[in-house]
Design a protein around this ligand. Structure first.
Ligand SMILES: *[C@@H]1O[C@H](CO)[C@@H](O)[C@H](O)[C@H]1NC(C)=O
Ligand SMILES: *[C@@H]1O[C@H](CO)[C@@H](O)[C@H](O)[C@H]1NC(C)=O
Ligand SMILES: *[C@@H]1O[C@H](CO)[C@@H](O)[C@H](O)[C@H]1NC(C)=O
Ligand SMILES: *[C@@H]1O[C@H](CO)[C@@H](O)[C@H](O)[C@H]1NC(C)=O
Length: 581
């Protein structure tokens, strides 16, 4: 088998050439590591590196690699751009060939929740967002099942809803907010299919990859699978489905326990919490040239560690943010990234919630031993988060810096994630959280809650605001028993709805993120252009319209409709009217 011999030879040669201490993100010598990927990505043939790694092959990997090897030798390992372009034309297919659009079978006109929305314009808009599920539906063609080696796309049995824009495949944490929207749209069958896809991935890989491509395989995303199941169950009461899959849910949590735990010594005691951590080397294939360029600014010995930290940043969902640069030498340089050195509040809140849900699931299925196990895990995590992450004086939780042995006291909406996740024992924390937001002057932002107060040019920083982070804060505060805190939750919902609605009115599009300066507009910064679609943004808008539909308005909001401001404004008006002109 000459092809095999070639491949082996190639592997050996490449192995000798590279100094990779960490394994590559997947075995593919086309999509994940090796000279072909390197030469193509460093030639920057496309504006976005994701383009190349999404292209299907037109023949077998062996043939493509052999042809590449010949070409590369002919040009002494530096193939001219034009020859590379010809090579791609001959051996690869255009992107998107392997996906087809899909109209969900359970989509229907006029789901009931639309009737709860009083404001006519908002109701019409919600109807248009409901229509968007048909645009965002995707199905994988059978070719991918039959010849997986010719695609970077991972085959999934069931169709799904994608985020949109460059994100044409399935993504993990995005899907939670998409599912919330789908359930309001009465599309539980679509949700079930998406859940089945994720459960299948856990069965095959032991965890859920960041997204549905081989180059995402070794990193996950914020763990929301258990919550997805809980939401599906609350709409369907499909206990049989839970029974069938409870062990797979447990397996996913085992991945976080076995592969993402970290021990923290604090005040003479050892605590176990979780972190984002991806010990795999090489530049991220879908952002290859950027990662390679960034690594060039560092000594050779530090590059593998940088790439691992970038992947951990991607695993956190916050790619990228000053949140993962804090404590390093330079807050605005991505080369300072140290994601795995921080114990994130949100990750631990999500796991705390998952443990509670698992305990409830097992109780529902009559398995008391497992129910007790998860109840204990949750209690331990709650105590640890209280000891390590909670700050009584500030009234919020903070990421813990493992190397510097202290909390990161900067503002991020994730600092309130335990509220949202129900990971607290005394409901009064919601009111402390409100005071925390006031003290941090977060309520002065009228168009959405900023991702941080640091302006770094990264997309998970000021002035960008993201839908899931609005949800964390809004539904967190809404858990308060105090009417004032609940009212602030409503006001924040109104702010976000107005921003989304105003931008939609101008652009007829929904975006993955918004810039909250200057009245709200599509967000910017980071590694790629702002994307339209957009799964989780639509999901969060539908949730807010469902929850507050009787009160939300589309009209210009006087932000100063706060009672004090209103009185002051009326008074001022009255005084002005007394003046002689
Ligand atoms: C091939 O390239 C290397 C450096 O990249 C150079 O040292 C060598 O002389 C080249 N060989 C030929 C035959 O051009
Ligand atoms: C859900 O199903 C279980 C049995 O599978 C039943 O006992 C329970 O009453 C159902 N609950 C609702 C809200 O329908
Ligand atoms: C998780 O850790 C085990 C060993 O503890 C390892 O075999 C496995 O590959 C790891 N999984 C991932 C996705 O890193
Ligand atoms: C920090 O990094 C940025 C971007 O790479 C650079 O412009 C700036 O000069 C750096 N600052 C310091 C103090 O090194």
């Amino acid at each position: 088998m000459p092809g095999r011999t070639w491949e082996l030879c190639l592997l050996l040669l490449l192995g000798l050439g590279s100094q990779a201490a960490l394994p590559p993100p997947c075995e593919s010598l086309i999509y994940c590591h090796g000279e072909l990927l390197h030469q193509v990505q460093m030639a920057r043939l496309y504006q976005d590196d994701k383009h190349f790694v999404d292209m299907p092959l037109s023949s077998t990997p062996d043939k493509v690699l052999q042809r590449f090897w010949e070409l590369s030798q002919a040009y002494n390992h530096s193939i001219p751009k034009q020859k590379l372009q010809e090579f791609l034309k001959d051996h690869f297919q255009d992107v998107g060939q392997e996906l087809q659009s899909w109209t969900p079978g359970d989509w229907k006109d006029s789901p009931q929740f639309l009737q709860k929305i009083s404001d006519t314009k908002l109701r019409v808009w919600a109807g248009q967002l409901h229509q968007l599920w048909k645009k965002l539906g995707k199905k994988i063609k059978p070719e991918v099942l039959n010849h997986p080696e010719q695609f970077s796309l991972i085959y999934l049995n069931h169709p799904f809803i994608v985020p949109g824009g460059r994100f044409v495949e399935s993504y993990y944490w995005d899907s939670y907010w998409v599912m919330e929207g789908l359930l309001l749209s009465e599309m539980a069958e679509t949700v079930k299919g998406m859940l089945q896809n994720f459960l299948d991935l856990v069965k095959i890989y032991g965890h859920i990859p960041n997204g549905g491509r081989v180059y995402y395989l070794q990193r996950s995303q914020p763990p929301l699978l258990t919550l997805m199941m809980a939401r599906y169950l609350s709409h369907t009461n499909d206990t049989a489905f839970l029974q069938e899959n409870i062990e797979t849910l447990a397996l996913e949590l085992d991945f976080w326990t076995q592969n993402r735990s970290v021990s923290v010594n604090f005040g003479g005691k050892n605590y176990i919490l979780n972190r984002y951590y991806v010990p795999y080397g090489g530049p991220r294939p879908e952002s290859y040239s950027k990662d390679a360029e960034l690594a060039d600014t560092l000594p050779e010995g530090d590059r593998e560690a940088l790439w691992a930290e970038l992947k951990a940043g991607a695993e956190s969902g916050w790619d990228f943010s000053s949140r993962w640069l804090i404590g390093g030498p330079n807050l605005t340089s991505l080369s300072s990234i140290r994601t795995s050195k921080l114990v994130p509040v949100d990750l631990n809140a999500f796991l705390c919630q998952a443990e509670e849900l698992m305990s409830n699931f097992y109780a529902r299925l009559g398995n008391d031993a497992q129910a007790t196990k998860y109840r204990t895990l949750r209690a331990q995590r709650l105590a640890t988060m209280n000891a390590l992450l909670w700050d009584e004086e500030k009234g919020a939780w903070f990421d813990y810096d493992l190397e510097n042995g202290k909390k990161n006291l900067q503002f991020y909406p994730s600092n309130l994630a335990p509220l949202w996740a129900g990971c607290f024992s005394d409901p009064v924390v919601a009111d402390k959280a409100l005071k925390y937001l006031e003290d941090s002057q977060i309520l002065t932002y009228q168009y959405g809650i900023p991702t941080s107060l640091q302006k770094t040019g990264q997309q998970w920083d000021f002035p960008n605001a993201w839908a899931p982070l609005q949800d964390l804060v809004i539904r967190g505060l809404a858990k308060s028993l105090s009417p004032r805190t609940q009212e602030v939750a409503f006001q924040l919902a109104q702010n976000w709805i107005r921003t989304n609605f105003d931008v939609y009115s101008q652009k007829s599009a929904m975006y993955e993120k918004y810039d909250i300066t200057n009245g709200g507009k599509p967000g910017g910064g980071g590694e790629y252009e702002v994307q339209e679609g957009f799964g989780w943004t639509n999901g969060v808008v539908l949730m807010l319209l469902d929850r507050y539909g009787d009160r939300l308005t589309s009209g210009t909001q006087l932000a100063f409709l706060e009672p004090h401001c209103l009185v002051a404004a009326l008074l001022l008006n009255f005084l002005l009217s007394l003046l002689p002109w």
